[in-house]
Design a protein around this ligand. Structure first.
Ligand code: PNS
Length: 162
């Protein structure tokens, strides 16, 4: 069984993430999408909310599992017996950061965890969770960025009525 993990903050999931999830799910028997429980960042949505959102947004893809993790990705992947991490690359600006994480994970895991990059579809290359949140916080239109139910949840957080 070929299994992979797609780790991230997913605060919240965007159409860019969903594009990567859909494509990666076609390459593996099981894709575990896992939300990092990062105590340092102050997210808009709790880990539980992000997991719930991801489950709803991926409910039509039968081989996707949604989970969360704390600590090092290599330890989480080892516990789950997963040897491939999937990440999306939007632009060259993502590359340096992603390359460093991928190489660190490969070195730290002594080769047990490799990273596979999918280039984000061009129509979503401009998207990031941060920009979606900023647009929403000023009452802007995010209907092309996230599923409708996610947009509603973001506006609710900022107490924006549209
Ligand atoms: O969506 P993000 O915030 O860009 O995802 C970053 C993520 C979760 C992939 C990365 O921060 C991560 O794997 N963190 C877990 C801690 C870890 O394993 N660090 C070592 C690699 S530098």
């Amino acid at each position: 069984m070929k299994r992979a993990v797609y780790p991230g903050s997913f605060d919240p999931v965007t159409f860019g993430h969903l594009d990567v999830i859909r494509r990666a799910s076609e390459m593996f028997d099981v894709l575990v999408v896992s939300v990092l429980n990062n105590k340092v960042k102050s997210p808009l949505f709790s880990v539980e909310e992000r997991v719930k959102i991801l489950k709803e947004a991926t409910k039509d893809i039968s081989n996707v599992e949604v989970d969360s993790f704390s600590g090092l990705l290599i330890n989480y992947a080892a516990e789950k017996n997963i040897h491939v991490a999937v990440r999306g690359l939007r632009a060259i600006t993502d590359f340096e950061y992603e390359l460093q994480i991928a190489q660190t994970n490969r070195k730290l895991s002594e080769g047990a965890l490799d990273t596979m990059f999918l280039t984000t579809s061009l129509e979503y290359a401009y998207l990031s969770s941060s920009s979606v949140k900023e647009i929403a916080s000023f009452g802007g239109n995010i209907s092309q960025c996230v599923p409708d139910f996610v947009a509603e949840m973001i506006y609710d957080k900022y107490q924006i009525r549209r």
